[in-house]
Design a protein around this ligand. Structure first.
Ligand code: GDP
Ligand code: MG
Length: 311
């Protein structure tokens, strides 16, 4: 087994374990001996809603299941689980587009946005490690200038990963910090700039205006920058996470979403809801606070973890 394949399996088994202790969406329908009929569909829908899947995605998933096993008498529960897993994977697959950093975009500016506490700074720390392991040079930009502690937290991740951090004083203009970082990265031939931003301002329109300014200013250095505007979302927030995703997308135009805290007691159904409602790919998923607790989103693996049970 190649190193990469091995890591992929290692991450997947940890994801499975951490996603509500191996039960994923937590479906318990006592399938065996029943018929895949309207009554069973309704029970399934209720359980999907309780797992934060949302009504639209629940209906899509059930339609997929109906197509595969509708009307059948179920003797073997694993057969239905497999059909369900396929329906989930069908919904997720179009959203499984890994982050690509083309050679032509140098420096590649990756702007990380999201509300306070969602895991932005931690995700940057984990991502810096991953990118370095791929042989890319990385710089961090401390665009969350709201509190000194936020800048220090990013600097700590910089030290840990042995990558430079561009920062200014607390209260500085985030757009200016990110502009500086980008210029400096270009001068030093750095491949990727990971730019942190604040998630808390006095009001929501202030935050969105600040982010929009960062995007505008970045485009002055490179019309294609930011090359990625990635939302970091706390998966344990359930349907609130869906609303956040819709709001950020409307304000700054997301090109990717990373879900964090899939180890946080939620059931992971919120990804299905977002997949149904938005046309933005999932990049990474976080399953803990540690530097290695993040992996590339994989639709088949995630669907399997959601369904739970044995292979
Ligand atoms: N359990 C868990 N905690 C996480 C994950 N990602 C981040 N955190 C924690 O969430 C808290 C907020 O993270 P932080 O990166 O500071 O969020 P930010 O305000 O968006 O920058 C910290 O205590 C992190 O360690 C994750 O995937 N799982
Ligand atoms: Mg932060």
């Amino acid at each position: 087994m190649s190193g990469e394949t091995k890591n992929k399996h290692g991450f997947f088994s940890r994801l499975r374990q951490k996603l509500s202790g191996g039960t994923g969406l937590g479906l318990s329908l006592g399938w065996a001996g029943r018929k895949m009929d309207a009554e069973l569909e309704e029970e399934l829908e209720t359980q999907l809603l309780l797992a934060d899947v949302g009504i639209e995605a629940a209906e899509t998933i059930i339609a997929g299941l109906r197509k595969r096993v509708g009307g059948k008498s179920i003797t073997d529960e694993s057969e239905v689980r497999k059909a369900l897993q396929q329906s989930l994977a069908d919904l997720l697959r179009p959203h499984a587009e890994p982050l690509v950093i083309p050679d032509a975009c140098r420096p590649f500016l990756l702007l990380v946005v999201g509300v306070n506490g969602s895991g932005k700074t931690t995700t940057i720390g984990k991502l810096a490690r991953m990118l370095k392991a791929q042989g890319l040079s990385v710089m961090l930009a401390a665009g969350d200038t709201f509190r000194a502690a936020a800048i220090e937290q990013l600097q700590a991740w910089g030290e840990r990963n042995d990558v430079p951090v561009v920062a200014q004083e607390p209260g500085a203009d985030p757009a200016a910090v990110i502009f500086d970082a980008f210029e400096s990265a270009r001068a030093r031939h750095i491949d990727v700039v990971l730019a942190d931003t604040a998630g808390r301002l006095q009001n929501k329109s202030g935050l969105m205006a600040e982010l929009a300014k960062v995007v505008r200013v970045a485009a002055r250095l490179d019309p294609d920058a930011p090359h990625e505007t990635m939302l970091v979302l706390d998966a344990s927030l359930g349907q609130n996470a869906v609303n956040q995703a819709i709001e950020f997308h409307a304000a700054v135009g997301l090109t990717g979403i990373t879900m964090t805290k899939l180890d946080g007691g939620g059931k992971g159904g919120v990804l299905l809801s977002i997949a149904e409602r938005m046309d933005v790919p999932f990049r990474f998923i976080g399953i803990g606070e540690g530097i290695e607790d993040m992996g590339v989103f994989d639709a088949e693996q995630f669907a399997a973890a959601l369904v739970g049970g044995a292979d």
